[in-house]
Design a protein around this ligand. Structure first.
Ligand code: AMP
Length: 214
């Protein structure tokens, strides 16, 4: 099974992809995570991507489609894939078709998580994560039970994404509205699009996704 999770920044794509990985034994492919790893490792791709990401704009189609193809080859032919944050433009959607067909894969579902934009800004600007186990927290909605200490691993260092500030979030949403949402009709023509209300709590959204995929 190969699926795309679509939705604006903060819609919960990463969280839900993580749950689906476990439930359906699939692999999450997040171009955002891969690019952040490249920035951290200061690779050529990372050096090119950093300023673009910090501004909330989109990295070039060639770069992201290249890293997606490479990662698929590493995973081998039998693993189901959840594409998280890719494709984000019409050019990427066409590249993905080629990438998949070259590897004998087909796209089964495109699921859009729909959300209210002001609530997203609140969600994103408050989020942070443990530097050790990556557990996610939120300034207002999910604080650690003991202040400054991770509930899961006891670590006391946390990180925030540099692009999770209000100005950059607004730019990321404009990019979504202008370049990513318009790719949905490509998939609607193939009858593989479903929509899920992403404003519910994590378990409600997960149940809705499971119902589509089971
Ligand atoms: P994300 O973690 O998906 O919110 O992505 C963080 C940032 O990485 C985005 O704001 C873009 O700058 C870049 N990025 C991630 N995925 C893509 C993509 N498919 N196309 C272009 N840029 C991307």
């Amino acid at each position: 099974m190969n699926i795309i999770l679509l939705g604006p920044p903060g819609a919960g794509k990463g969280t839900q992809a993580g749950l689906l990985e476990d439930k359906f034994d699939m692999a999450q492919l997040s171009t955002g995570d891969m690019l952040r790893a490249a920035v951290k490792a200061q690779t050529e791709v990372g050096k090119k991507a950093k300023a673009v990401m910090d501004a909330g704009e989109l990295v070039s189609d060639e770069i992201v489609s290249g890293i997606i193809g490479d990662r698929l080859d590493e995973l081998g032919p039998n693993k189901g894939i959840i594409f998280d944050g890719y494709p984000r433009t019409a050019a990427q959607a066409h590249s993905l078709d080629e990438i998949l067909s070259k590897r004998g894969r087909t796209l089964n579902h495109v699921i859009e998580l729909s959300v209210d934009e002001d609530a997203l800004v609140d969600r994103i600007t408050g989020r942070y994560a443990c530097t050790s186990c990556n557990e996610g927290y939120h300034d207002r909605h999910k604080k650690p039970s003991k202040e400054g200490v991770c509930d899961i691993c006891g670590n006391s260092a946390f990180k925030r994404r540099p692009d999770d500030n209000e100005e950059t979030v607004r730019t990321r949403m404009e990019e979504y509205r202008g370049k990513t949402a318009p790719i949905l009709p490509i998939y609607e023509d193939r009858n593989i699009v479903s929509r899920v209300d992403g404003m519910g709590d994590i378990n409600e959204v997960a149940d809705a996704l499971n119902a589509i995929l089971s």
